[in-house]
Ligand binder design. Structure first.
Ligand code: PEP
Ligand code: MG
Length: 539
């Protein structure tokens, strides 16, 4: 649990999963425009749409008897329609051949700076209105949606900044509280939040992390505190003080939520580390197991498990799933996951050392033993195989050859197994992404491990807490790799799943869906949240 102190902007308390909101990044728009008339027309049309949207916000505020809020949108409408504002934008387009986006950004920023230099706090707060207007016009110019479309059913919104228009567009039933790094008691946002009776806390010291999305937080603006990953004791005392019932009593699946069907066109699977996680409730809630991290039978054991015990575990899980697919990832030992009985020599750089498939080749007997157990269990349910840490096509071909040897020997022993067992590849290194087209020719499906992919792409140790601020699974470079992987899988017509932690970050879901991802695999605790998120996603 982490605790941050801040300043109360609107009193109140909440306990709910976190939604880390990042505003859309406007694309580089410094391109020189040739047809300036057409660009001015584009601006005027976007500006009209923005005016209409502001009018709708104004009417909505009036309908909910909030004249104070309505006045904010009325003032924004006037600022948008201000002749100086509109002329400055069109001059930049016609004389400097600037794109409409760049002209709007520059003009709004110059107006915002003028407001910021004024003495009165009320005038200063108009700078945020100016930026809000610009962001609305640019969204219409770029035909972009705000990414909180994929916000979970109920949440506390954490962000660096939030514009009044962004809050206005958030579904008011979903937001239970706001915590920002930057804002002020005089901001229009504070007025809007107060109008909605939304607890609002200012925490300048909060080191906002994208992976917080989905973790449960508590906030109490009277105590001026924010608790990330709130402990049960603190949650209990908050509940006692306020006597409220929070939407998620814990992150464990709620019966009602788990019984909801996965949205059409999507598959929501489980990441498990132990077959005992497969309770009947969890099985009913999912579309299968996306990754069974099979290391659990090996890590921390003083003795190597025998084939029989491996087979029993796999058979138990396959049978429990009653026809839903069980993807078993072959052992990914090495780096942070060590098996004492293997007596592996220490390595200088274990994350770059003998792990995953490399270790399987080093310890071929162990690999063969596991493949035998998996193939034998495949006669009892629907199983697929997944290979970790693949960096070369040759590693896949070598694994396939070993799998063929194992199949041959089972046939020789008259042991039944699924002859057509699917074989997938973990895409978790940049190398695998760059040769994804070649791998796709030899594999039945890809499963994207965004945890390692981020680590290896950004050169950041995923387990080093000091490096936390550098570890960003939504870094543009990682996002490019994710897009390339989806493209390669789609081109080859093979299966595609994402099973790293990014799969359960609801602010990223729509982006992943736009890239082509339809199958998400998450820990059981995130099934309800992801069902809600996928239900809101547009394909
Ligand atoms: C990953 O790397 O994203 C992944 C799913 O595998 P693990 O976290 O087990 O390394
Ligand atoms: Mg991994």
């Amino acid at each position: 649990m982490r605790v941050y102190s801040g300043k109360c902007l609107v009193e109140g308390a909440a306990i709910a999963p976190i939604f880390v909101y990042r505003p859309p990044q406007w694309e580089d728009c410094q391109t020189v425009v040739a047809d300036t008339q057409q660009e001015c027309e584009r601006y005027r049309s976007a500006s009209e749409k923005a005016a209409k949207a502001l009018q709708e916000r104004y009417t909505k505020a009036l309908q909910s008897n909030s004249e104070e809020q309505a006045a904010i949108f009325e003032a924004q409408q006037m600022m948008l329609e201000d002749e100086d504002f509109s002329e400055q934008i069109q001059t930049l387009i016609t004389e400097d051949h600037r794109s409409a986006v760049s002209a709007v950004m520059e003009t709004a920023e110059s107006f915002a700076q003028i407001f910021l230099q004024m003495d009165s706090d009320i005038m200063k707060s108009k700078a945020a209105d100016m930026r809000d207007i610009a962001s609305l016009v640019i969204r219409f110019l770029q035909d972009r949606q705000l990414i909180f479309d994929s916000m979970p059913a109920q949440c506390i919104v954490l962000a660096e900044r939030l514009l009044p228009g962004e809050l206005a567009e958030m579904d008011s039933r979903k937001v239970l509280g706001i915590v920002l790094k930057e804002s002020s008691a005089h901001s229009h946002l504070a007025v809007l939040a107060a109008g909605r009776k939304l607890p609002f806390l200012l925490c300048p010291d909060m080191d906002l992390q994208d992976y917080w999305t989905g973790q449960v937080a508590g906030m109490d603006s009277a105590q001026t505190k924010l608790w990330i990953d709130i402990s049960p004791e603190t949650a209990e005392s908050l509940r006692r003080n306020y006597q409220f019932t929070e939407p998620f009593a814990s992150t464990l699946p709620q019966k009602q939520d788990t019984q909801m069907a996965t949205a059409e066109g999507f598959k929501l699977c489980l990441n498990i580390g132990h077959p005992k996680e497969l309770t009947s409730e969890v099985i009913a809630a999912c579309d299968g197991v996306g990754v069974f991290r099979s290391e659990f039978q090996f890590i921390g054991k003083s003795q190597e498990p025998d084939e029989e015990s491996l087979f029993e575990d796999y058979r138990y899980a396959a049978e429990a799933l009653k026809g839903k697919t069980l993807v078993i990832r072959t052992i990914d030992i090495g780096a942070d996951k060590q098996a004492a009985f293997l007596h592996l020599p220490p390595e200088e750089n274990p994350a770059l050392g003998c792990r995953g498939i490399r270790l399987c080749f080093e310890k071929k007997d162990l690999f063969v033993k596991q493949l035998r157990a998996i193939l034998r269990a495949s006669a009892y349910g629907k199983i697929a195989l997944l290979l970790p840490m693949i960096c070369q096509v040759d590693e896949l071909l070598r694994s396939k050859a070993i799998l063929e040897e194992v199949k041959k020997s089972l046939r020789g022993e008259d042991i039944p197994f699924d002859e057509n067992i699917a074989l997938g590849v973990m895409i978790e290194t940049p190398a695998a992404v760059l040769i994804a087209d070649e791998l796709a020719r030899e594999a039945d499906f890809f499963s994207v491990g965004s945890n390692d992919l981020t680590q290896y792409c950004l050169a950041v140790d995923r387990d080093n807490r000091q490096m936390e601020s550098y570890y960003n699974a939504q870094h543009p470079a990682v996002m490019k790799l994710l897009k390339m992987t989806a493209q390669a899988a789609t081109d080859a017509g093979i299966g595609l799943c994402i099973c790293g932690e990014l799969a359960r970050v609801s602010s990223a879901t729509q982006i992943l869906v736009d890239m082509g991802y339809r199958q998400f695999s998450v820990s059981p605790a995130f099934i309800p949240l992801m069902k809600e998120t996928l239900a809101l996603c547009k394909r």
